[in-house]
Design a protein around this ligand. Structure first.
Ligand code: SF4
Ligand code: SF4
Length: 512
């Protein structure tokens, strides 16, 4: 275990570490643009230079192995001069169009310019123009003028997603990132392609769905869990900060206030800038993420499409909207009469909801876990990186609670409770009453004998347990719409009424 000295402080390092890794481990910040902890060392940006004591030159710390007694300086006069010169070089042909750049506010180049340079360009030459808005794929646009050729995006497609979709064409100041082999096909086929947008330290790679949609300082990141498959990746859901909510009462403004602006891996927007470590989230968010994965797949980025479908917002009895209390009373009556009720448990339910159901209603029901979401026709079903075949975030935990049995209705089934999406109502026993809990608009909602509009995961807190047994927390981003209840509240109210034997105890009713 070699002992090294960084800025005069002694640290015990591991032999396989570099100076930059030792500095990171001990909270000493060394800037980096091309270096990333999950990618190979490229050493091309030269911003991470340090000075070995006694030498009159600087060297890159991302590729400097540790050795016994090594003494490095991270902030000597020589290092500062080199960082400043490097920033001058990196911004030589940069368009400095920060005012219209989506990356502004979280751009590493912007922050390093302020921290290490702070002066206008000293070049007397005109900037070299390059391609703006190059369509790298259907999801990603590339601004070559902003690119600093760090090659993080190229290395990601070679080393992580393995699509080998990108490369560098030409030389010198004509170098550009382009699809490898001249075709954008491979990046379109890469289900992890959008990670390069997070990886890009500048605003060169931009998500087309987020393009010019928001300024990041209007947005807040809420720690959450991707429900797209049983991997349950730890994510940040970005939405308007409370202080920046639009005040206009128009439907468009109100929709915007409840919109998911973008989804990124938990903490992915942090790590390259001074003061970025530790992350902006509470230790609890990270403790339950153990440890947060640095990537997510594109399906996880598209959660808005999944979670912002038209909602159901009122309880119903045979298709007629009724107050929640009336629906609870009707459901309780059905449950009270049933001798062989069957419950189909949602594999999108949180651990807390599953526990509540088990504690309250499960003893009366024969329970089967159902798949709320089968794989879509056009999605990657499973791969070696993250994507799992089961497209439900909590199937593992639900089966721990309610078993693995495949659904078969006993012949004397006299009530079916369906919790969540994914059930083909044509397969239910004919003429048997149905209680249905669903968050989204569906024709089946109105056909159920009793229907409850329930909250979605962005409206409540909870935990999911993934297929490896990792428990991750999600927090609410938005308030529930009026008329919507949490499934937990519905089960508690049904159990409370059943226990009290009351016909319609308003005090025990769920409230929106
Ligand atoms: S596009 Fe971004 S990530 Fe790719 S080389 Fe350029 S600066 Fe680096
Ligand atoms: S692999 Fe993709 S779909 Fe599955 S949880 Fe992670 S981001 Fe979501």
């Amino acid at each position: 275990m070699p002992r090294i000295f960084i800025d005069g402080q002694p640290f015990d390092a591991r032999t396989e570490q570099t100076v930059l890794q030792v500095a990171d481990e001990h909270g000493i910040f060394i800037p980096r643009l091309c270096w990333h902890p999950q990618l190979s060392v490229a050493g091309n940006c030269r911003i991470c230079v340090v000075q070995v004591e006694g030498r009159s030159w600087v060297e890159i710390s991302c590729n400097m192995p540790v050795s016994e007694g090594l003494k490095v300086l991270t902030d000597s006069e020589l290092v500062r001069a080199h960082r400043k010169a490097t920033m001058q070089f990196l911004t030589l042909n940069h368009p400095v169009d920060c005012g219209i750049c989506d990356k502004a506010g979280e751009c590493t180049l912007q922050d390093y310019h302020v921290a290490f340079n702070g002066e206008p360009s000293i070049s007397a030459e005109p900037k070299v123009a390059s391609t703006k808005f190059y369509a790298l794929s259907e999801r990603i646009t590339l601004d070559n003028e902003r690119c600093i050729l760090c090659t993080r995006c190229v290395r990601f497609t070679r080393e992580v997603s393995k699509s080998h979709a990108l490369g560098v064409q030409e030389r010198g100041d004509h170098s550009v990132i382009r699809p490898a082999g001249g075709s954008a096909k491979k990046l379109d086929d890469d289900p992890y392609s959008d990670n390069i947008v997070d990886l890009c330290p500048v605003g060169a790679l931009l998500s087309r769905s987020f393009l010019h949609r928001d300024r990041v300082w209007y947005l807040k990141a809420t720690p959450s869990v991707c429900p797209g498959c049983e991997r349950g990746c730890a994510i940040d859901i970005w939405h308007r900060k409370p202080e920046w909510l639009l005040r206009s009462p128009t439907p468009g403004a109100q929709r915007e206030n409840r919109a998911i602006a973008r989804v990124t891996p938990l903490g992915a927007q942090h790590g390259d800038r001074p003061g970025d470590v530790p992350s902006p989230h509470s230790a609890e968010a990270y403790a339950t993420a153990s440890p947060p994965l640095p990537w997510i797949c594109n399906k996880g980025r598209d959660l808005a499409g999944l979670l912002e479908r038209p909602r159901s917002t009122a309880a119903m009895k045979k298709g007629r909207e009724v107050p929640l209390a009336e629906a609870v009373a009707a459901a309780r009556e059905l449950i009270g009469r049933a001798r062989r009720p069957v419950a189909l448990i949602s594999s999108w339910a949180s651990n807390e909801e599953l526990l509540t159901f088990q504690r309250t209603l499960a003893p009366r029901f024969t329970c089967f876990v159902k798949s709320d979401h089968p794989p879509a026709a056009d999605e990657t079903v499973q791969d070696d990186l993250l994507i799992r075949a089961d497209k439900n975030p909590n199937a593992h935990r639900a089966r721990e609670f309610f078993g693995h049995a495949a659904l078969t209705f006993p012949p004397d089934t006299d009530l079916v409770l369906v919790w969540g999406e994914g059930f083909d109502f044509a397969t239910a026993p004919r003429g048997v009453p149905v209680i249905f809990l669903n968050a989204y608009f569906a024709p089946e909602n109105g056909h159920a004998d009793v229907f409850f509009a329930i909250s979605v995961m962005t409206e409540r807190a909870g935990h999911y347990t993934n297929f490896e047994g990792t428990v991750r927390a999600f927090l609410p981003c938005f308030a529930k719409p009026a008329g919507v209840a949490d499934a937990e509240q519905v089960f508690e109210a049904l159990a409370a009424l059943a226990a009290a034997g009351a016909r319609s105890d308003e005090a025990a009713m769920v409230t929106p």
